[in-house]
Design a protein around this ligand. Structure first.
Ligand code: SAM
Length: 288
């Protein structure tokens, strides 16, 4: 780390050196990332860094250097910090789970409009960190939830988040291939952000290298296979009037809507993300 000063005089000097190091390594948000990592090491909010005069201790500096080296080769900041904010809550994340994306908060907005009853049962299929399920349960104190994933590793992270957010009494984990292990007519709402990326698609830096492939990719040429299976399972496990809220990939919404209508579902909501991409689709069984 030749760019970092040997004896920094202040935290601000430390941050400038860290930021230069990340910028040289190609980071587009070098200053922000340097601050996030320093704040993580100090256990303070990023804004509090401005109020601190003293520089890092030797061991804190060694830790920062280690994290900067890992960031410089592309490891996502969320994995370095071990957490990511979503819907105003903090979720533990590590390479066993996808890092929750801000666009996925659209599913919570849509779900809260649909779920108007005081009590109900919701399930998050492909829960990963549990971000969707636990954010929803945080907003609907009368509801209970089931975090479903086929990855034992992902469920360990979801379980840790259930405990960290104090939701043990209302949320449980279930290892299942989509709805396979769920009882008939037992749910009021399903949230689902399935893998939807073709292996040939371009992804942002570090995504394919660090995030779990089973959370990202579909089989080549089969971008709708998960949606079809989820719709089939959902038709069996939802109660009359129940709904499903999906996340969909770029240019996929028409394909999902066509398949859903053919299978007897009605579109009740669809939303674009901040980039203008149709990202969220809510469906209800037409015949229920
Ligand atoms: C795109 S990630 C979504 C993670 C999280 N819900 C979120 O929105 O940040 C997809 C998740 O689906 C899980 N998954 C993939 N295939 C599955 C299947 N057949 N049954 C259940 N879960 C599956 C993956 O392990 C991964 O955790």
């Amino acid at each position: 780390m030749s760019n970092l000063p040997r004896r920094p005089q202040s935290l601000q000097e430390e941050l400038r050196a860290a930021s230069r190091f990340l910028a040289t390594a190609g980071s587009e948000d070098a200053r922000l990332e340097a601050e996030m990592l320093a704040a993580h090491i100090l256990g303070v909010e990023r804004m509090e860094l401005l109020l601190r005069d003293e520089s890092l201790s030797e061991s804190q500096r060694a830790t920062l250097e280690g994290l900067l080296q890992r960031r410089a080769v592309g490891e996502p900041v969320a994995y370095l910090e071990g957490s990511r904010g979503f819907w105003g809550l903090e979720f533990l994340v590590d390479p066993r789970v996808l890092i929750p994306r801000p666009d996925s908060e659209l599913l919570i907005v849509a779900a809260l409009e649909i779920a108007v009853t005081e009590m109900g049962t919701v399930s998050d299929w492909g829960t990963g960190s549990g971000a969707l399920l636990l954010s929803f349960l945080h907003e609907r104190p009368g509801w209970r939830g089931i975090a479903v994933d086929q990855s034992t590793d992902a469920l360990a992270v979801a379980r840790a988040n259930i405990v960290a957010l104090g939701l043990q009494g209302r949320a449980r984990c279930l290892e299942s291939d989509w709805g396979e292990q769920i009882d008939d007519a037992s749910l009021d709402l399903i949230l689902c952000n399935p893998p939807y990326i073709e292996p040939s698609e371009e992804l942002g830096p570090g995504v394919a290298e660090y995030e779990p492939h089973e959370a990202l990719f579909v089989e080549p040429g089969k971008p709708y296979a998960h949606y079809e299976q989820v719709l089939a399972d959902a038709a069996r496990v939802l109660r009359p009037g129940g709904s499903i809220v999906f996340e969909v990939g770029r240019a996929r919404i028409d394909g999902v809507i066509r398949r859903a209508r053919e299978a007897g579902w009605a579109v009740v909501d669809q939303r674009r993300d901040l980039g203008g991409v149709w990202r969220c689709l809510a469906l209800q069984r037409g015949d229920l």
